[in-house]
Design a protein around this ligand. Structure first.
Ligand SMILES: NC(=O)c1ccc[n+]([C@@H]2O[C@H](COP(=O)([O-])OP(=O)(O)OC[C@H]3O[C@@H](n4cnc5c(N)ncnc54)[C@H](OP(=O)(O)O)[C@@H]3O)[C@@H](O)[C@H]2O)c1
Length: 255
């Protein structure tokens, strides 16, 4: 089945590495133009170079923006419209976790940053995408949450609370924006990226043994789900959260 992504334009936040980078490559492989965004222009320029080498002729625009900064977010969207004429797909992927520990001990500044980047940015970038062209010509939005937003976990409880919010923002936006714009979400399990390094690097073999599918996730595992949700392949889906976690959440409670 065809994804219908050829010639579409996608904005991907947090595209300089990890899951966002893999999503950008997967969308470009389907023929989409991609706008790569994250805070560091130099890293984005590197990724753009790699992407053009992998997919000669791909439309690529690297444009730095802090997802929580309204002005630089708007400038990114403006640049996308100027380059490609509009935006068809938004992937709200940028995420952060500045605090590890019991939830009651989080400092207000760390809590505010977690909400700004993981949660409110989803609202801000959705609004900008609507204004840029989606309200008029429609589109698809893919939010990246986490399986942590569906359960409890030691150490990253506040981060997970923002991911639970992303799951609900997905449902709420899907209801408000239907039928023109579809909004769906992915809840990844543990994926081997920089963000989650402290969780998996010290004991990858041990964790893998406990995963029903026997391994941790790779960014590409999430990218293929993002292509499905961004494309015509999911044209009768909105407001849903797709769990992609190697089976972590269906593990037997007693082995
Ligand atoms: N890895 C996992 O196990 C896992 C599991 C569940 C969910 N997730 C979610 O997946 C998403 C991607 O994470 P990842 O694992 O791929 O992490 P990663 O490799 O650390 O990538 C994070 C990306 O977000 C960007 N970023 C961070 N803060 C930003 C900000 N304020 N403004 C703009 N960009 C910002 C980073 O670039 P700069 O630093 O250059 O800005 C980078 O491109 C996140 O939403 C994360 O919560 C990850």
């Amino acid at each position: 089945m065809r994804t219908g992504l050829e010639g579409k334009t996608a904005v991907v936040t947090g595209a300089s590495r990890g899951i966002g980078k893999a999503i950008a490559f997967a969308l470009a492989a389907e023929g989409a133009n991609v706008v790569l965004s994250s805070r560091k222009q130099e890293s984005l320029d590197e990724v753009a170079k790699e992407l053009r080498e992998a997919h000669p002729g791909a439309g690529v625009l690297p444009k730095a923006a802090h997802v929580g900064d309204a002005e630089s977010a708007a400038a990114c969207m403006d640049a996308a419209v100027a380059e490609f004429g509009g935006i068809d797909i938004l992937v709200n992927n940028a995420g952060t976790n500045p605090y590890y520990g019991p939830m009651a001990d989080i400092e207000p500044a760390a809590a505010a940053k977690t909400v700004e980047v993981n949660q409110f940015a989803v609202v801000q970038w959705t609004k900008l995408a609507l204004e840029a062209s989606m309200a008029e010509r429609g589109g698809a939005i893919v939010n990246i949450a986490s399986i942590g937003g569906m359960t409890t976990e030691h150490g990253i409880g506040y981060y997970n609370a923002t991911k639970a919010a992303v799951i609900h923002l997905t449902r709420q936006f899907a209801m408000e924006l239907a039928p023109k714009v579809r909004v769906n979400c992915i809840a990844p399990g543990l994926v081997k990226t920089h963000l989650a390094r402290a969780l998996w690097e010290p004991n990858e073999a041990e964790i893998s043994k406990r995963m029903p599918l026997g391994r941790l996730g790779e960014p590409e595992d999430i990218a293929s789900a993002a292509v499905f949700l961004a494309g015509d392949t999911s044209s009768w889906m909105t407001g849903q959260t797709l769990v992609v976690d190697g089976g972590s959440t269906i593990r037997a409670s007693i082995a």
